[in-house]
Design a protein around this ligand. Structure first.
Ligand code: SF4
Length: 369
């Protein structure tokens, strides 16, 4: 969904709750800080479709569509309603976009950055991440005009823990959830812009549906990739007799933190624990072996009979892991389908045919290569 269609919602949040809004570029960021400061996060994944305006052309054609479209979008005034933009250091392209949006795109509001530690497994990573979280909190305080209260941060952490628990229940119970993939992903992706408490209400309602209808009848597949765009990909997969039984999209499953709802003694440490406990993701320089183990675990737990790799063209972090993913599943005799897109609104007939042929193959093969 496009930011422009969210404008009425952003305006209502402002008029009814006095909430300011922050446009957030992909992928990982400490949303709990924004929630605690009463700031509405509105994520910008491109947006999909053709770039808005000529400014996308200021970036080389071999840069991904997410960044090209985002520059076109910001420069054309698509996000003028928000009060700031946050650029996590997901990749070099987004980091540079933080500068380009101001230099070329005419972005005059605060452009906030957030850096990830390069090796999350090292002891120094915790110290680095702690300092980055504190620094970002200071920048967000300036946007909101309020001081971050520890009690509010603790409440925001508990809220996001519950959201993640609901999302995990829906993804883990996917086979017994009476929604098709398009419906499920539309719900999950509303979390990219809804106020978290509203998103939680919708998730709870969906969770109550688990086990109440006919279980999924299709062939289960694991999908790993960046963002489920276009949504038609999911519809075609379902139409071909398969469904997403395990999710490793950067936009969805890789942001899902599974942790116990323990008492919070120090909210900053609890925030840090959450940040460091997210699943392995190449945009956070994750250890590749750990990521492969994670993917194999997803496949095994879900009983998936094939793997779909769904990436954005020219996305360096995602592409870096693709050979390892292919090797990992080839060694286990699991069929793999590779899809690459540029945030098109529709899939080509050729891609549709490939998805259908893949679903047919894994249905008939019963999981054999
Ligand atoms: S699609 Fe890949 S290269 Fe593009 S912004 Fe996202 S992580 Fe960076």
């Amino acid at each position: 969904m496009l930011l422009v269609t969210r404008e009425p919602y952003i305006r209502r949040q402002r008029s009814e709750h006095g909430r300011k809004a922050v446009a957030v570029l992909p992928v990982h960021y400490p949303k709990e800080l924004l929630t605690a400061l009463d700031l509405l996060a509105v994520e910008v994944w491109g947006p999909p479709g053709a770039p808005r305006g000529d400014d996308a052309g200021r970036i080389q054609t071999y840069v991904c569509a997410v960044v090209r479209n985002a520059l076109g979008f910001l420069a054309s005034g698509g996000a003028d309603l928000v009060d700031a933009a946050l650029f996590p250091h997901t990749c070099d392209s987004i980091q540079q976009l933080a500068t380009l949006a101001s230099d070329f795109g005419g972005w005059k509001k605060p452009a906030l950055t957030f850096l990830h530690p390069k090796d999350p497994g090292r002891p120094s990573a915790r110290r680095f991440a702690r300092e980055e979280l504190r620094a970002l909190a200071g920048k967000l305080e300036a946007v909101s005009g309020a001081k971050l209260e520890p009690g509010r941060l603790a409440a925001a952490i508990r809220l996001h823990r519950e959201i993640d628990a609901c999302r995990a229940a829906l993804l883990d119970g996917r086979a017994s959830l009476p929604l098709d993939d398009r419906e499920l992903y539309a719900l999950l992706r509303r979390g990219e812009w809804l106020w978290p408490e509203e998103h939680l209400s919708e998730l709870r309602a969906a969770r109550a549906l688990l086990g109440t209808g006919r279980p999924q009848a299709g062939v289960p597949v694991l999908v790993t990739g960046y963002v489920p765009e276009p949504a038609a990909t999911l519809g075609i997969l379902n139409g071909a007799g398969a469904f997403v039984a395990a999710d490793d999209y950067a936009a969805v499953g890789r942001r899902l933190v599974r942790e116990a709802d323990l008492p919070i003694a120090d909210p900053w440490e609890a925030l840090l624990d959450r940040y460091l406990a997210a699943p392995p993701c190449p945009t956070r320089s994750a250890d590749q072996d750990a990521r492969m183990r994670h993917l194999v675990g997803l496949l095994d737990r879900s009983g998936s009979r094939g793997v779909v790799i769904h990436v954005v063209k020219f996305c360096e972090p995602e592409l870096f892991d693709v050979p390892a993913i292919r090797r990992t599943f080839a060694a286990r005799g699991v069929p793999v389908l590779y899809l690459e897109g540029e945030l098109e609104r529709q899939l080509s007939g050729q891609v549709e045919t490939r998805i259908e042929a893949f679903a047919e193959m894994i249905s008939g093969a019963g999981g054999a290569a």
